[in-house]
Design a protein. Structure first.
Length: 151
């Protein structure tokens, strides 16, 4: 996959580990049963249920591979040190004000938030309250002001 470190908070790592356990356990067994059942429907070359179950198995195995890779590359973020700093880091809850006055709350996280590798994540990392950041998005640059940083 990649050799790049995956910065995660302990809670984010736990969330990925729980998803992996679910996929490797009950979900994998469920798909094996679906394939076994579909084989009983006859000719495999024209058996939609069999091909659908095999496709689902492929998607599941790919997700398992991705999760294993992310966990293998995981580097835990020191939340206490990050909380003591006023800079945006992985795990930060950030409020920003857009050019039009609208505010937006985001969490810097590669698990269910704004990825630190995204244009917004890259622009925010290291910023402090009051800083104006320039986001180099695919559809053009835009600016935002950091209103608050929390954990």
């Amino acid at each position: 996959m990649t050799d790049k470190a995956e910065h995660l908070t302990p809670a984010q790592k736990t969330q990925l580990e729980a998803e992996l356990a679910e996929l490797e356990g009950p979900k994998r067994a469920e798909i094996v049963d679906a394939i076994k059942t579909a084989r009983g429907f006859g000719d495999l070359s024209e058996n939609f249920e069999y091909h659908a179950a095999k496709n689902e198995q492929g998607l599941l195995e790919r997700r398992i591979t991705i999760l294993r890779d992310r966990l293998q590359r995981a580097v835990l973020v020191d939340e206490k040190a990050a909380a003591a700093s006023s800079q945006v880091a992985v795990g930060s809850q950030v409020s920003i004000e857009l050019d039009d006055g609208e505010t937006m709350d985001v969490e810097i996280s590669s698990v269910g938030g704004v990825s630190p590798d995204s244009p917004l994540g890259k622009a925010l990392l290291g910023a402090k309250v009051g800083d104006e950041v320039v986001v180099a998005a695919p559809r053009g640059e835009w600016r935002a002001k950091v209103i608050s940083v929390g954990r």
